[in-house]
Design a protein around this ligand. Structure first.
Ligand code: ATP
Ligand code: MG
Length: 433
């Protein structure tokens, strides 16, 4: 590249009038009015007009503009001039243009968004789709969400950890695991860091992890993927109330941070983000069942809440709320049954409207109880022997939760399909790009 970029387009303001700048980016549009050619140049930060006149501009510059196709990559050296007609108040009078890559036409997707496209078409051409300001805004918001997440937990004394993705046994005894051929024997892709994060409370005490996990479910919904980004938190010497409060505080914090740091992106998405009020409402599973029955939704006590039931609850409770005290048999083996009524557990789901965002609870920290629960759930304690060993040597009481970051992104951005808030989504039907 001969012409090294000196500025992003957003940095080209009236203060630079008369100065020479070098910009680089993509050809958004070219208009040819005969003696004058307009080129809209776009980079990550904005769009600027480059105006070449047959009589004034260097001959080769004028010719090159005439040959450019949309989305070709170029670098432009030019003089910043004031312009009352240009949106930014300035435009570029070109001195040199370096063509870095000519794009083929027609394009598989219109990056201006003027020609609407189906989501699957957009995802097939994600490379170009991400050039639309709305799509870029989503992932800039994700960047700030991830930063705010790490800052929040660090400031609370949590240690960021990284646990394995390749496992010898099924983490939670679930069936929905991908298998991996591990040097001739079968291994599994982790569906969560559950057992590892619990073990780490025995040393690091307060841990969190941001990572991709895998579920081999053949679900076909707008909020499940087979590879998903999870935020996992586990804390020693904490009970379910402590970690619910932490989760509330986290949600309010990241909403505030995104609102503060991403005002431009939220504007692009037409979002007016409201920070939820603490404390979030808490409704027990039993009360949820009663409420649903009052609304004539059929539910049997002890059944998981159906999508239809959750949609109804979401209408009754706007914004975030907790469903607590789930029947023990509906929750994984590591969740602690209530002392006053072992058929219920110290567990919670965080809902946002009808969508489940997070699940968590108090964990069992005594070995005999954990073995009993494994057996009750039809699991073989032998396959958990490495995990169970930890309980012989001082496993502290602990609690925690796991949260789907893409689901949180759906709430923040208002996007209705999880595939829109994941750069390269993986579902039953999509493994590319
Ligand atoms: P659901 O009932 O919605 O399938 P789950 O209860 O099976 O979710 P958990 O095991 O509780 O999921 O996982 C914790 C969180 O991780 C969920 O609340 C959700 O936000 C997220 N999550 C779980 N599975 C998926 C998935 N397949 N795609 C996207 N996010 C997921
Ligand atoms: Mg759950």
């Amino acid at each position: 590249m001969r012409l090294k970029r000196t500025h992003f387009i957003s940095q080209v303001t009236e203060d630079l009038e008369g100065e020479i700048v070098r910009l680089a980016g993509w050809v958004h549009e070219v208009r040819d009015l005969g003696g004058i050619r307009f080129l809209l140049l776009r980079d990550r930060e904005g769009i600027i007009q480059v105006t070449a006149k047959a009589k004034e501009s260097p001959g080769e510059v004028f010719d090159v503009i005439g040959k450019l196709t949309r989305e070709s990559v170029i670098a432009v050296e030019g003089i910043v001039v004031k312009s009352s007609k240009a949106k930014l108040g300035v435009e570029i009078k070109p001195l040199q243009i370096e063509v870095l890559n000519i794009a083929e036409s027609p394009l598989p997707l219109d990056p201006t968004g003027r020609v609407p496209a189906e989501l699957s078409t957009r995802l097939d051409s994600r490379f170009i789709d991400l050039r639309r300001p709305e799509e870029r805004a989503v992932f800039i918001i994700q960047h700030h969400l991830l930063q705010a997440t790490r800052n929040f937990f660090s400031s609370k004394g949590f240690i960021e950890v990284v646990t394995p993705r390749i496992l010898a046994t099924a983490t939670e005894g679930g069936a929905a695991l991908f298998t991996v051929n591990y040097f001739g024997s079968t291994a599994y892709l982790a569906q969560s860091p559950q057992l590892y994060k619990e073990q780490l409370t025995g040393s690091l005490e307060k841990v969190f992890e941001v990572g991709l996990f895998f579920r081999a479910e053949e679900s076909n919904t707008t909020y499940h993927l087979n590879e998903f980004l999870s935020l996992d938190v586990e804390e020693a010497f904490a009970d379910e109330e402590d970690v619910m409060n932490l989760l509330e505080e986290y949600i309010v914090h990241v909403f505030g941070e995104v609102k503060h740091r991403c005002s431009d992106e939220l504007k692009v998405l037409g979002r007016d983000l409201k920070e939820p009020m603490r404390p979030f409402k808490r409704v027990s599973y039993d009360d949820a069942v009663s409420l649903l029955r009052e609304e004539r939704v059929k539910v049997n006590w002890g059944d998981d809440l159906s999508t239809q039931a959750l949609r109804k609850l979401g209408e009754l409770f706007d914004g975030p709320f907790f469903i607590v005290d789930w029947p023990t048999h509906l929750k994984p083996f590591y969740i602690m049954p209530r002392e006053d009524d072992p058929s219920r557990s110290y567990s919670f789901d965080l809902m946002y409207g009808w969508l489940e965002i997070a699940s968590g609870g108090r964990r069992i920290h005594r070995k005999e109880q954990l073995i009993a629960r494994l057996k009750e759930q039809g699991l073989n304690p032998d396959s958990f022997k490495h995990h169970l060993k930890c309980y012989d040597y001082g496993m502290p009481p602990h609690s925690g939760w796991g949260l789907g970051l893409a689901r949180l992104m759906m709430i923040i951005t208002g996007r209705r399909n999880i595939r829109e808030v994941v750069l390269y989504p993986r579902d039953r039907w999509r493994l590319t790009p």
